[in-house]
Design a protein around this ligand. Sequence first.
Ligand SMILES: C[S@@+](CC[C@H](N)C(=O)[O-])C[C@H]1O[C@@H](n2cnc3c(N)ncnc32)[C@H](O)[C@@H]1O
Length: 400
Amino acid sequence: MEGSSNGNHHHHTDGGATTQMNHFRPTKPGGGGGGRSRVSRIQTPPCTEFDKAYFQSYSHVGIHEEMIKDRVRTETYRSAILQHRSHIEGKVVVDVGCGTGILSIFCAQAGAKRVYAVDASAIALQASEVVKANNLSDKVIVLHGRVEDVQIDEEVDVIISEWMGYMLLYESMLGSVIVARDRWLKPGGLILPSNAVLYMAPVTHPDRYAESIDFWRNVYGIDMSPILPLAKQCAFEEPCVETISGESVLTWPHVVKHVDCYTITYQELQSVTASFKFQSMMRAPLHGFAFWFDVEFSGPANNEEASSLTEPPKTNPSGSHRRKRAHPDEALVLSTAPEDPPTHWQQTMVYFYDPIDVEQDQIIDGSVTLTQSKENARFMNIHLEYASGGRSFVKECVLR
Ligand SMILES: C[S@@+](CC[C@H](N)C(=O)[O-])C[C@H]1O[C@@H](n2cnc3c(N)ncnc32)[C@H](O)[C@@H]1O
């Protein structure tokens, strides 16, 4: 875990805004070609110094402890594995980024014939010991190396991976899942999770603003308001990973990106743009935008029809929006939404320097572009343009 913000650039047309980011789970670009070519035709992206630092960060036990203790995360994966037992029993699985080996072991417990547990971090050595301690060495084969570099001499029936980063794409390990899919997955094979959706929504958060900014107006009776501009910059220049309450969200969310793990290409992930138009459900100071995601665990064949995530919205006419599981036999969903139980991903907030007062029904529109940073493919550049009440703004920040 680290929290660094360094001078990034933001321009504002009127007023202005920017953000503050801290991050814990690093990022992975990935590579390989789009289509389902076979091994020899897929290019292996080089392992950069950034990648080495990334894998190094996963050698610490704390990061794994945090993920495993996130029961919403870990239990949803376990339930999804059990729900898809019939696709796993007697089958060959690859676990992309196995960490401590937990998901590989769940798959072995669900009856997998063989599980390739791949991790480039030194945590793979621990995974290997854990597999031994649980007498699963005949089933779980731990490969210490990058998914892009290891050799697996058979096709696999199932790919499992926990690849999601902050704002879904930040830790873009998804590129490595794409490499694994295009190299090893049998036609009709299963990918867990199968789909993901990134959402955004406008948020009011007066307490957060008061504690970081208004605080300086009166400090033990001293007027410290000259510090306000610096306080705003330090608090809100970069995106913030924090838990917000569902009550802070001013409207239904908009979909920024749908990811279908069966078909997504690496190219598609390099830059994502979405436009939005929100109508505030109440009068409130607008402090920024929140981003969060869901992932869904559906089967291969019925992926299209079973995916409620990719359905058009039922609840709201304006085209974005959330779904809920209508039936218990529908695909399991791991949600990181503000109104759902908290996870270690929390939400990612992009705050403005100054709030915008919006009336009920007031429109907030604009667009957001997320691009892999050129500086480090594991960082994500966020470019936001938004307008409300006749004023428009631009904010750029980096999730690093
Ligand atoms: C978010 S952790 C998940 C660990 C474990 N699957 C779990 O659920 O607890 C992601 C893991 O993937 C590994 N990883 C990321 N990209 C990889 C790649 N290209 N090749 C091999 N391992 C990778 C990291 O080292 C890290 O241990």
